[in-house]
Design a protein around this ligand. Sequence first.
Ligand code: SF4
Ligand code: SF4
Length: 62
Amino acid sequence: MIVEIKINYEKCIRCKECIKVCSYGVLEWLDDMPVVVNPKSCALCLECEKNCPVNAITHEEK
Ligand code: SF4
Ligand code: SF4
């Protein structure tokens, strides 16, 4: 299964929570925003989704 991690930058309030909770190095803070840098490392733990206060992150099956 291939999963696409989507970040809605219009919703994102730049709180860095998703960066803090991802233990797999999938997300990095770049240019003052969270960026998906290693999508293949995603373990689908959904911690980033669950901890985003504005529901800006979603995972979609391709
Ligand atoms: S689902 Fe888990 S492993 Fe994947 S980006 Fe979110 S926190 Fe990281
Ligand atoms: S947790 Fe949500 S609001 Fe906070 S930086 Fe990540 S995507 Fe943006």
